[in-house]
Design a protein around this ligand. Structure first.
Ligand SMILES: CC(C)(COP(=O)(O)OP(=O)(O)OC[C@H]1O[C@@H](n2cnc3c(N)ncnc32)[C@H](O)[C@@H]1OP(=O)(O)O)[C@@H](O)C(=O)NCCC(=O)NCCS
Length: 166
């Protein structure tokens, strides 16, 4: 699945479905994601890479790669939800390199994640977001996701696919 983020063919943002060939990009983005979370340089371990490859092969992990003007600048990852795995897709995370943020890549990644989940027959998309993550909360409310439960630091949102996904 390859999709332009808006109606114009000249859109600088493209999101494509991630495949085994894209794992080098996936790991590079994961390293940046982890380093930002832990506030120190981090690298995905060889063991975690094996788990990723196993899960990708057994359809327990999916990802998309976002490009801005031809550069690989972000990704989404997701998996069948652990509770309602047959109908709910869990949007495990979206990440955009800091230097490419606030240009619409995050929204395009979320749209691609929604389209992907729908194309696979899922009826719902679930996400967990930190309560202080303003860009993520904006993306979530922009697609029409509704609050399922609010915790002290994180909240869970659910989107019924089909009503707002196009
Ligand atoms: C969350 C994240 C993916 C958003 O990516 P992005 O490419 O900057 O998102 P977009 O450019 O599509 O912007 C989405 C919305 O957030 C707004 N936004 C972007 N950066 C913002 C900021 N620093 N402060 C406030 N709003 C911001 C945009 O204006 C847009 O709002 P709109 O819907 O009203 O137009 C990115 O910030 C990121 O990777 N953060 C670190 C990882 C993370 O938190 N992931 C989410 C885990 S659930």
């Amino acid at each position: 699945m390859e999709k332009q983020s808006n109606q114009k063919n000249e859109s600088p943002i493209v999101v494509r479905q991630g495949r085994f060939d894209d794992l080098g990009i996936y790991y590079r983005l994961t390293n940046r994601d982890l380093s930002e979370i832990h506030k120190r340089p981090c690298e995905i371990s060889d063991f975690s890479k094996q788990v990723v490859e196993r899960d990708l092969g057994s359809r327990r992990l999916y990802f998309g790669i976002g490009q801005l003007k031809g550069d690989d600048v972000g990704y989404w990852k997701g998996e069948p939800d652990e509770i309602n795995s047959n109908i709910v897709f869990f949007g495990g995370g979206i990440y955009v390199l800091p230097e490419f943020r606030n240009q619409g890549v995050g929204k395009a990644l979320k749209q691609h994640q929604m389209d992907f989940a729908k194309s696979q027959g899922y009826s719902h998309l679930r996400t967990i977001i930190d309560n202080d993550n303003i860009p993520s909360l904006k993306i979530s409310s922009g697609i029409g996701a509704v609050l399922e439960s609010k915790g002290k630091t994180q909240s869970r949102f659910i989107l019924k696919l089909g009503e707002h996904s196009k």
